[in-house]
Design a protein around this ligand. Sequence first.
Ligand code: VGL
Ligand code: ZN
Length: 198
Amino acid sequence: MTQPASIKLHQHDALLIVDVQNDFLPGGSLAVAGAEAIISVLNRYIDFFTSLSLPVFASRDWHPLHHCSFFDRGGPWPVHCVAGTSGAEFSSLLKLPQQLFVISKATGENQDAYSAFEGTNLANLLRQHGVERLFVGGLATDYCVLHTVQDALKHGFAVILFVDAVAAVNVAAGDGDRAIDAMTSAGAVALHAGEVIP
Ligand code: VGL
Ligand code: ZN
């Protein structure tokens, strides 16, 4: 099936911005290469959605200080996104709307969650707002974006992935590209900047 050259936003659409937090940006403890470049792209999408009064959701990694994913607990990551610290704040360059739904995840010491649906009420919240189609961008392609998109599809939402508005950790070279393949194989539609009509 060929993918549409452009998509027009309509009722039942929502934007989900995944983990655009200082620790994943340059200078952060788990900085993702290329992360700063996605912010202006996301800002344009935020404008599109808010100008149509469509809801905008933002997830955040919101860990306790001794989270199980951190090196000192035997986990795979340096300390990052500790709740209430500046590293956990959304980037100040991101022009988040006044009306924003924030989803905090992986908040328990012994609970990690890459997906914004895992251990949160995101699915119910989306349904309450009548959302059927979710547009996703953010960080990181090969972890939280991947798992969030896979879960969104499992929950029955249509998913549009903004490929110009994601960046990958790439622990192994090609992880980001493989994640995009996995998401589109699972049913997400990959869209580039300029292919969305507000
Ligand atoms: C993430 C690594 C660890 C992400 C979160 O947001 O993709 N990656 N915690
Ligand atoms: Zn994390």
